[in-house]
Design a binder for this molecule. Structure first.
Ligand code: ADP
Length: 543
């Protein structure tokens, strides 16, 4: 027997309708790429998102068409999120930091019809334009007055002119909630990037989960500044959970340096922020150098790669900010776990609480998770056994756009994350490593993340990376690669001495080397493929 409740589809347009209806005067503040701070309200954004839909319809865009964006976090990008998905088209966010040939590949693969581009990304698009086979128009996300004079792109349109004449009264269509809403390519450190195609239902369920108190925890009293870009898994869903909660949104534009972020945090009363560890390194350096305090920030969601415990402790001890360590993937919309404590943790010592906080977080309702051994057998949830991490749930992908790479799912619909992890009885998950980064020494595994975290606690270390180097006896042994803080000094012996009582003896790196800068991917992760390439002929002193 079926129940008798209404079967209203979950649609992204409902989020912005709700925000405009009941939080119509709540502000959205943006640092624009043009320079000045822009502020308006959910009510204004709602009208302009509808103008976007009207303009798209006028250009012949239909449901299912892909519309690309190459843009920073800002109010026009926010309007595109809703204007594109709201009318049934697919908002395809593209990372402008990718290699140009990768961007061209992604646009062609997605068959984007239009590309909306921030003005400081126009020169890149100008050089790529001849390769973009399906793009009919490129739209500069600005007004006529700020359009760079020296840009020569055929069929270029200007955002404010495109939407300006539209009435803003568009009636959002109602359609199946499994209709595609947005598209994001994984950065693909190996092989071509693959597209993850979200739908309206997955986006709304993910927004609910992320807004919960033990998710990111967002309310109408919050001011939320996503540092994580709107092209990196939809800024981890914050533009959606922000509407759902009626929170104030603050968009930092292209200025992601410590000083610019600090200014916005303080001026806009920011309470929640989110980003990858590398951006917080810059912010913390700025705060330390200028002896600044954060007066309103309560929570910083840090994920995308492992957040070093030293960073979690610094945020709390020096600035009173709780770090929520979170883990997810493009394939998971992205949230899988968020690290919030349970009541029983309050009674624990600080050291014990810190050990819990260092884990990647507690699984959210809606994400099923298990770890398995090589034969696929489930391993115990005891916090010790580690194995391949598998997930399934309503905001996790069932396969890639255009079936790229075939069916990724294992029996029972489980998606293999490529991460190796432990799970404990309380639902906390800890990543040991990405399976391709783990160091295999004498048949045992060494976690590169644990070694990096331990090294990052040294005061002279700006960033640490660990890779496995071939060893004639042990197969692989760890090499510690260090970027020192400016003006600080430390040598190999001092670092190994520092690590001695922090990791198992047989985990101690066989060598330490120093580099000017550690390379990062377009989403700010340590680029281990490059390091492995750079050090492929490296001879360990123990070899
Ligand atoms: P990309 O940025 O490469 O496009 P994703 O953002 O989807 O891809 O990356 C997902 C991967 O990032 C995870 O499988 C995991 O290896 C890593 N990751 C994400 N969050 C964390 C975290 N908190 N700790 C450790 N690794 C993480």
């Amino acid at each position: 027997m079926l129940g008798l409740m209404q079967d209203r589809p979950l649609l992204i347009s409902q989020l912005i309708d709700f925000a405009a209806d009941f939080h119509g005067d709540t502000e959205i503040v943006s640092r624009t790429v043009e320079g000045p701070i822009h502020r308006y309200t959910y009510s204004d954004a709602h009208r302009r998102a509808k103008q976007v839909s009207e303009a798209l319809a006028g250009l012949g865009i239909r449901q299912g068409d892909r519309i690309g964006t190459l843009a920073w976090n800002g109010y026009r990008h926010f309007e595109l999120y809703y204007g594109i998905s709201g009318m049934g088209a697919v908002c395809h966010t593209i990372n402008p930091r990718l290699f140009p040939e990768q961007i061209a590949y992604i646009v062609n693969h997605a068959e984007d019809q239009l590309l909306f581009v921030d003005i400081n990304i126009l020169p890149l698009v100008e050089s790529l334009a001849p390769q973009l086979k399906t793009v009919r128009h490129i739209v500069a996300m600005t007004d006529r007055a700020h359009l760079p004079a020296d840009i020569d792109i055929p069929n270029l349109l200007v955002y404010e002119e495109l939407i300006g004449g539209q009435p803003g009264t568009f009636e959002w269509p109602v359609f199946d909630e499994r209709t595609a809403s947005s598209l994001c390519y994984t950065s693909g450190t190996t092989g071509n990037p693959k597209g993850v195609l979200y739908h309206h239902r997955s986006t709304i369920l993910h927004a609910y989960a992320s807004a919960l108190p033990d998710g990111i925890g967002i309310s109408a009293r919050d001011s939320v500044l996503p540092v994580v870009p709107m092209f990196h898994v939809n800024a981890w869903g914050l533009p959606y959970s922000g509407c759902l909660s009626g929170a104030k949104l603050v968009f930092p534009g292209a200025a992601l340096d410590g000083a610019s972020l600090y200014e916005l945090f303080e001026a806009e009363g920011v309470t929640i922020t989110a980003g990858v560890p590398t951006v917080w390194l810059l912010l913390l350096q700025h705060l330390q150098a200028k002896k600044l305090k954060l007066s309103t920030l309560r929570k910083s969601v840090i994920g995308g790669s492992a957040c070093p415990p030293a960073m979690i402790e610094t945020f709390k001890r020096d600035y009173g900010v709780d770090v929520l360590h979170a883990w997810g993937m493009t394939e998971m919309s992205p949230l899988g776990t968020v690290n919030t404590p349970k009541a029983k943790h309050r009674k624990m010592s600080e050291a014990e609480q810190n050990a819990v906080k260092a884990k990647q977080g507690r699984v959210l309702f809606g994400v099923e998770m298990k770890i398995v051994d090589d034969s696929g057998k489930a391993l115990p949830r005891d916090g010790k056994a580690f194995g391949d991490l598998l997930v399934r749930g309503p905001w996790i992908t069932s396969g890639y756009f255009k079936d790229e790479g075939g069916n990724p799912l294992r029996d029972g619909g489980w998606f293999p994350t490529g991460d190796v992890a432990t799970l404990d009885a309380d639902g906390y998950m800890q990543i040991t490593d990405r399976s391709k980064d783990v160091i295999k020494s004498g048949g045992e595994w060494i976690s590169s993340i644990d070694l990096e975290n331990a090294a990052m606690a040294h005061p002279a270390v700006a960033e640490a990376a660990v890779i496995g180097i071939h060893h004639p006896k042990w197969d692989e042994r760890p090499l510690l690669i260090i970027q020192k803080k400016a003006g600080a000094d430390v040598d190999k012996d001092a670092l190994l001495g520092f690590l001695k009582d922090k990791v198992a003896k047989w985990w101690l790196p066989d060598d330490v080397t120093f580099v000017d800068s550690i390379p990062h991917t377009a989403t700010g992760k340590i680029l281990k493929t490059r390091l492995r390439e750079d050090f492929k002929d490296y001879k360990l002193p123990t070899a």
